[in-house]
Ligand binder design. Structure first.
Ligand code: AP5
Length: 236
């Protein structure tokens, strides 16, 4: 398939704060993969005050979910440009409806999923991380005061710009996002486990730290995407 080996077309799936963004960034840094995070895309829309951003702002701030059709719109045009690329979708789909919309869109584009990764992290672990999370909004880079600290506290490593707190990272909103996950997103797991997603593999990864999860993730990705190449700058 795909000439030079199988393509990575992956879903990064897990609770809010499970480490989806952190692990996606790590893969993208090392390998020639395009990341697509709906959370990051929405935060950019909000910052730029686009039409979608205006709808999203209040919903995101309250820890709710945007309508499925609108989310497909956000993702769809991006997917059109990823035909011959390795990619990871982070944060989409997150309802059964989105899963079905994505399926039919990918069928139209003849881009079947190759890997679905489920990050399994206990709620207690996640809750303790969130209060320490800081983000660089323009790039989506994520830091943590007790893990993955920025070189200079409060500032982005690459641009030197200030870091901010996400407005939806306070304890009350966060617990709403967690309940939203159990109610709306976790049913997707049985959807992907039961559906004949013939070419895709569902892998659950557990571990308290990303350093435990990382080797398992890298192995799963390389086993599936034989055409994947390391970025020149990451090789020594
Ligand atoms: P989104 O941005 O996708 O939020 P989320 O799924 O809640 O995920 P997070 O970004 O909070 O966490 P993450 O798993 O990426 O963890 P991270 O790597 O940062 O979505 C935001 C909102 O947008 C939603 O609430 C919704 O309103 C809307 N939205 C988005 N997509 C949508 C969709 N498809 N449909 C409808 N609405 C949608 O890690 C968390 C923290 O832990 C960080 O500080 C990190 O440094 C730290 N950390 C990571 N790994 C470790 C480790 N191993 N040890 C210690 N700390 C660690």
């Amino acid at each position: 398939e795909d000439g030079e080996g199988k393509m990575l077309r992956m879903l990064m799936f897990g609770k809010p704060g499970a480490g989806k963004g952190t692990l996606t960034a790590r893969l993208v840094k090392k390998y020639d993969i395009v990341p697509l995070s709906t959370g990051d895309l929405l935060r950019q829309h909000i910052a730029e005050k686009t039409k979608i951003g205006q709808v999203a702002e209040e919903i995101v701030a309250k820890g709710g979910l945007l309508p499925d059709e609108l989310m497909l719109e956000v993702v769809s045009t991006k997917l059109d440009h990823l035909q011959d690329k390795h990619w990871i979708l982070d944060g989409f789909p997150r309802t059964l409806g989105q899963g079905m919309l994505l399926d039919s869109r990918l069928r139209q584009l003849n881009m079947p999923l190759s890997l679905i990764v489920h990050l399994e992290v206990p709620d207690e672990v996640i809750l303790s991380r969130i209060s320490d999370r800081w983000v660089h909004l323009p790039s989506g880079r994520v830091y943590n005061l007790s893990y993955n600290r920025p070189k200079v506290d409060g500032f982005d490593d690459e641009t030197g710009e200030p870091l901010t707190k996400r407005p939806d990272d306070n304890p009350e909103i966060f617990s709403r996002r967690l309940s939203q996950f159990y109610a709306s997103t976790s049913p997707l797991l049985s959807f992907y486990a039961s559906q004949p997603h013939t070419n895709s593999q569902l892998v659950s990864l557990t571990g308290k730290t990303s350093d435990e999860i990382w080797p398992q993730l890298e192995m799963a990705v390389k086993a599936v995407a034989t055409g994947l190449r390391e970025r020149a700058e990451s090789r020594d």
